[in-house]
Structure formats: structure tokens, C-alpha cells
Design a protein around this ligand. Structure first.
Ligand SMILES: Nc1nc2c(c(=O)[nH]1)N[C@H]1C(S)=C(S)[C@@H](COP(=O)(O)O)O[C@H]1N2
Ligand SMILES: [Mo]
Length: 317
């Protein structure tokens, strides 16, 4: 694939762990800028006509609801962040090639009335697989537009029936250092963990993705099943999930544990709050030249801003 950004401009999240620096932020957000994002996400229902073709199925549209053209399949699958396999963008493609994704099951447990395990066949047949075209904004300053296939996380949570003690959802990636060489790197508290507040998890935009471009997920994109939370920085969208726990306390993510000054729990895309390493006001859309403005909540403010009313978004990294 073409290298869309000179590597000198992209510093992987990993390299900055040793250079912790806290930059105090005093920016406050006006109500107007909070509500600036406007959109009406395309949520078309579609079943891939085939998952075995080598050419990706064309999706219902070649653009998102704001008119952003889809990132090519080549770029979406060739330029990935998956630290369990590699710290560079093309590494996971080769290193995850033989990753075993079948059989696979996801345990849903914790504060629920009906804890249970689901295998991939169940997850694919219990829930209609829909296409969702979402922007993905990485905190490193690049972004893509990706046609995911998946289902709302809320449908899965409905089945297990969260109890009144459930306040947060904690997600965990497979722990298997034999298959995932990056997990032998002791710099991180493996396995990869992420979390959402329960209302965020139940928000209609939050999906469990099983595919993209009408095909099953590639290993490097998080096969066989991952989270996608489009209004948050990409690192929240945890890959290759084996456990989902409903918990009462805010989970500590891998990134929060590694570099707490730089990685908060919420991590809502916010052009006004720079990360200690990267400005967040603009982004490089992979496959395009130049930089474009980053939108508050990645352009999904109409749907999600209400959830953060009363919260100080200037410290909400
Ligand atoms: N388990 C796991 N999930 C992960 C990551 C990772 O390294 N391990 N990287 C995150 C980051 S930093 C981003 S930007 C997105 C990238 O998704 P993509 O590679 O499919 O574009 O996945 C996220 N999910
Ligand atoms: Mo990222």
C-alpha cells in the first residue's frame, strides 16, 4: 500500500510511554461548539452477499453521512494499530496472518441476571448484521472512513440483563502470548482492556463489529469480533474480544494504566483538548493529502453530546 503519512510524522502511542508529560489544559468549551457536530448516521441494514470473494463487496454507499469517501479496503486492512502483534502499522498484517479466530467465544458476565458465553455462530445468527459507515479517529492524528458490519452492543446486553449494580462495561482482548508476540512486551499490562459507561455501551452507535466491507474482519482489524465506538478515539475500539463484564466501578484500561496523564477513560474525540503528544485539532485522512479539521465527538455530537452534559470536557481526555 502507499504510505499515506511520512513515518516521521506518526509517532506510535507506544514510543511515548517513557516521556510522560502533563500539559495543563485550560480550554473550555462553549455550548455552541459542543453541539456543532451534526449528522444523521447511515444505518442501513445489509447482509454481505458473500464473504468469500476476494474483492470486497461494495457497500450501500461509497461515503458517510457527511460526504466523506470511504477509505480503501487496502488502507483499512493494511494500516492498522494492533500492539499485540506489532507497534508499526503494516506489521500486524503479516504477524496476525495465522491468528486462530475459530473456534471463538465471548463470555458475558458480571452484574447480569443471565451470564453466558456466545460462540461466533450464535453472535452472527442471533443478531441481524448491519452495515454502519463510521469515521475512525486515532489519537495519533489520522483517520479513516470504514464500512463496518456488526450489531448494536445493546442487543447483546439486553440478552444477559444487566442488574442495577452494573454501571460500566469492561472489555478484554484474548491473552495468548504464543500467538500474540507483542504480549511478551512487559511494558504493558496485558491483556488489552477497555471500558465504557453503561449508557455509552447502550448508545445506538456503539457496535460489535464482525466484518468490514462486507467481509469477515481480518485478523489485523480485530477478528473475529471487536468493539467500535465512533465518537471516541480509536484506542477505545478494542479488538478480538473474549470477555465482556458488567461492573460497578470504572474499569482501568490498558492505556490508562500505562500513561494515565495521556489516556483518560472517556477519550471522546475533542479538537480543543490536545493530547500531551499530539494536537487534536486536525487529522490526516488516510489516502488523502493534507489535513482536515477534527470534529467534536468526531461529528457524532447530535447523538452523544447529551450523555456528557455537566461534565468538564476540557479535562475529558
Ligand atoms: N486489542 C487491541 N485493540 C485495539 C488496539 C490494540 O493495539 N489492541 N489498537 C487500538 C487503536 S490505537 C486504534 S486507532 C484502533 C485501530 O483500528 P484499526 O487498526 O482496525 O483501524 O484499534 C484499537 N483497538
Ligand atoms: Mo489509535
Amino acid at each position: 500500500m502507499k504510505n499515506p503519512i511520512p513515518s516521521s510524522e506518526i509517532t506510535p502511542e507506544a514510543l511515548y510511554l517513557s516521556r510522560r508529560r502533563f500539559i495543563k489544559n485550560t480550554i473550555t468549551l462553549s455550548a455552541a461548539s459542543l453541539l456543532a457536530g451534526s449528522c444523521n448516521p447511515t444505518q442501513k441494514s445489509l447482509l454481505p452477499t458473500s464473504t468469500s470473494d476476494t474483492t470486497p463487496q461494495t457497500t450501500k454507499s461509497n461515503q458517510d453521512e457527511l460526504g466523506n469517501i470511504l477509505t480503501s479496503y487496502e488502507d483499512v486492512t493494511g494500516y492498522t494499530n494492533y500492539y499485540e502483534f506489532s507497534g508499526d502499522k503494516s506489521g500486524p498484517t503479516e504477524l496476525a496472518k495465522n491468528f486462530i479466530t475459530s473456534p471463538w467465544s465471548v463470555r458475558v458476565d458480571g452484574y447480569v441476571n443471565k451470564p453466558q458465553s456466545f460462540d461466533m455462530d450464535q453472535l452472527r445468527s442471533l443478531f441481524e448484521q448491519e452495515e454502519r459507515i463510521y469515521r475512525l479517529r486515532c489519537v495519533e492524528g489520522w483517520s479513516m472512513v470504514i464500512p463496518w458490519i456488526g450489531f448494536p452492543l445493546s442487543k447483546l446486553l439486553d440478552i444477559v440483563e444487566p442488574t442495577s449494580d452494573a454501571k460500566y462495561v469492561r472489555f478484554e482482548t484474548l491473552l495468548d502470548p504464543e500467538q500474540m508476540p507483542g504480549q511478551k512486551n512487559g511494558a504493558y499490562p496485558w491483556p488489552y482492556v477497555e471500558g465504557l459507561r453503561l449508557d455509552e455501551a447502550l448508545q445506538g452507535l456503539t457496535i460489535m463489529a464482525t466484518g468490514l466491507y462486507g467481509k469477515d474482519l481480518t485478523p489485523q482489524n480485530g477478528a473475529p469480533i471487536r468493539l467500535v465506538v465512533p465518537w471516541k478515539y480509536g484506542f477505545k475500539s478494542i479488538k478480538s474480544i473474549v470477555r465482556i463484564d458488567l461492573v460497578s466501578e470504572m474499569p482501568t484500561s490498558l492505556w490508562m494504566a500505562s500513561w494515565p496523564e495521556a489516556y483518560g477513560f472517556y477519550a471522546n474525540v475533542n479538537p480543543n483538548v490536545p493530547h500531551p503528544r499530539w494536537t487534536q485539532s486536525t487529522e490526516q485522512r488516510i489516502g488523502q493529502s493534507g489535513r482536515i479539521d477534527t470534529l467534536m465527538f468526531n461529528g457524532y455530537g447530535d447523538e452523544v453530546a447529551d450523555m456528557y452534559k455537566g461534565m468538564d470536557l476540557s479535562i475529558n481526555f
